[in-house]
Write a protein that binds this ligand. Structure first.
Ligand code: NAP
Ligand code: MG
Length: 463
């Protein structure tokens, strides 16, 4: 068995790097280094820790184009998206650098003394990261973990390790001490499991599938590790008849085909109120035509390939003969775009309409550029359909009725909702799931809480 992973560019199918397949011994050594680096990192003056994090952010900015090109070469995502995501990484590091000396405790009015709270670091944090947003999601965990005084070990997805590895180099170049931020490479089934159960790992910050998240949570229970889980989604866009239909249709491709649909927040179900259903489909067809597929390094291109050939096949399976109506009818493909010839794991942006609410494609996270468009009658049915999934991550409400938008936003069970927008993720605001999309919040000031424990100290003032 080879002891390296060949890292493939999904747009060209060329091997672009080889990375070590590390094992349990290497993970254990990394955890020992992380433990060793902890005390000095925690003891550093907050202003100094913040300064190192700002230098790290500046390194990311300085190497922004290199990191964006690397992410596009490894994941196949459109270069414009990679540039935005790398830009966000720098913003995340600046944001949490600013939080280092602002994550304050409280004094609490009690009888007989003075009571105060401290936010104590947890220790060694393991970050387990998926392949769809490798560098962005790495930063969402690294930022708050380092700001609160933890050390961190990142385990990127086996197929997309390159930007996390480069990020660790840049941290060292910025002066962040050895052992504070490390990356281990290899297979989730070996090193991900080891990190999830290692007695000296205090917390696992996991982003990935619900299936693996369940396993991580079980393993972490052995030593009562803190766990945050950012898992899958099956989010809905709900379009009411009184919405700005042109705007909603023009925004639909970006809400579901961004990152080639390999996005936990993809609005892969579009619910459209019946009176505007046909008109919406006409507008959507034009928008899909403009969603060009091809060489992801070309800034004019909207969408690159699927991450692997195996994943392309999984996505295609949802559209195969017999996947429609129960009983085996065809899937009514309404429109689909064009893809390049030649090498690359291409898949066209595809609209299925009208889709049935009980089909596999409407129940499972496809994680590809496929959207199911489904009609609904009224607000009550819209809420019922939007919530009829084990997931609860994201979603959009399109309406010009302000009161309705607020009623819907409260009624839809999802951690992140937008009104008249597909925006899900911002540095300043919390991000995370309800139901089986996970728990814990990343980003915003909320993330600091899940990388620290509150310690309460009571000092008697009795003479
Ligand atoms: P995945 O198969 O669950 O893998 C995620 C990470 O876990 C990878 O680093 C993987 O390593 C590792 N892993 C695999 N098996 C493991 C195990 N038994 N124990 C510990 N770690 C293990 O997910 P994926 O296919 O990479 O990513 C797609 C999924 O991520 C989708 O479901 C998507 O919705 C979800 N996602 C969620 C969010 C969010 O914030 N909610 C964001 C992005 C993606 P290997 O690569 O080596 O197998
Ligand atoms: Mg996987």
């Amino acid at each position: 068995m080879s002891n390296v992973t060949s890292v493939i560019n999904p747009a060209t199918e060329a091997t672009i790097a080889e990375t070590p397949i590390q094992g349990v011994d290497e993970v254990d050594a990394a955890v020992a280094r992380s433990l060793g680096a902890g005390p000095a990192w925690r003891a550093m003056a907050p202003a100094d820790r913040a300064r190192l994090m700002r230098r790290f952010a500046a390194q990311v900015e300085e190497h922004g184009e290199e990191l964006a090109q690397l992410e596009t070469a490894n994941v196949g995502k459109a270069i414009g998206e990679s540039r935005d995501e790398v830009g966000m990484v720098a913003e995340v590091l600046y944001f949490y650098a600013g939080a280092v000396d602002k994550h304050r405790g409280a004094t609490v009015p009690v009888a007989g003394g003075v009571d105060m709270t401290f936010h104590e670091p947890l220790g060694v944090v393991a970050a387990i990261v998926p392949w769809n947003f490798p560098i962005a999601i790495t930063s969402w965990k690294v930022g708050p973990a380092l700001a609160t005084g933890n050390t961190i070990i990142v385990k990127p997805a086996e197929i997309t390790p390159l930007t996390a590895l480069r990020l660790a180099d840049l941290a060292l170049d910025a002066g962040i001490p050895e052992g504070v931020l490390q990356v281990v490479t290899g297979k989730g089934s070996v090193i991900g499991t080891r990190l999830s159960e290692h007695p000296d790992v205090a917390k696992v910050a996991f982003t990935g599938s619900t299936e693996v998240g369940r396993e991580v949570m079980a393993r972490a229970s052995g030593t009562i590790k803190r766990v945050t889980l950012e898992l899958g989604g099956k989010s809905a866009s709900v379009i009411f008849a009184n919405a700005d239909l042109e705007r909603a249709a023009a925004a639909t491709p970006g809400g579901v085909f961004a990152n080639a649909g390999q996005d936990c927040c993809a609005r892969s179900r579009v619910l459209v109120q019946r009176p505007v259903f046909e008109r919406y489909l006409g507008l959507l067809a034009d928008a899909v035509d403009a969603w060009t597929v091809g060489d992801p390094t070309d800034p004019a291109i909207k969408m690159g390939p699927m991450v692997t050939e195996a994943h392309r096949k999984v996505v295609a399976g949802y559209l195969a003969e017999g996947m429609g109506e129960p009983g085996g009818g065809p899937v009514p493909t309404h429109t689909s775009g064009r893809v390049p010839d030649g090498p690359g794991f291409w898949f066209p942006p595809t609209v299925v309409a009208p889709a049935g609410v009980d089909w596999r494609m409407d129940r499972e996270e496809i994680f590809g550029p496929v959207v199911a468009v489904i009609p609904f009658e009224d607000e009550e049915e819209a809420v019922r359909l939007a919530n009829d999934t084990p997931y609860g991550l994201s979603g959009t409400i399109w309406t010009r009725d302000g009161a309705r938008s607020l009623r819907m936003a409260r009624a839809v069970q999802a951690g992140n909702l937008s009104v008249n927008s597909n925006s899900s993720v911002r540095v300043q605001t919390s991000f995370g799931g309800m139901k089986q999309s996970g728990f814990g919040r990343e980003l915003g000031l909320e993330a600091l809480a899940s990388y620290s424990d509150v310690k309460n100290v009571f000092v008697s003032t009795d003479g």
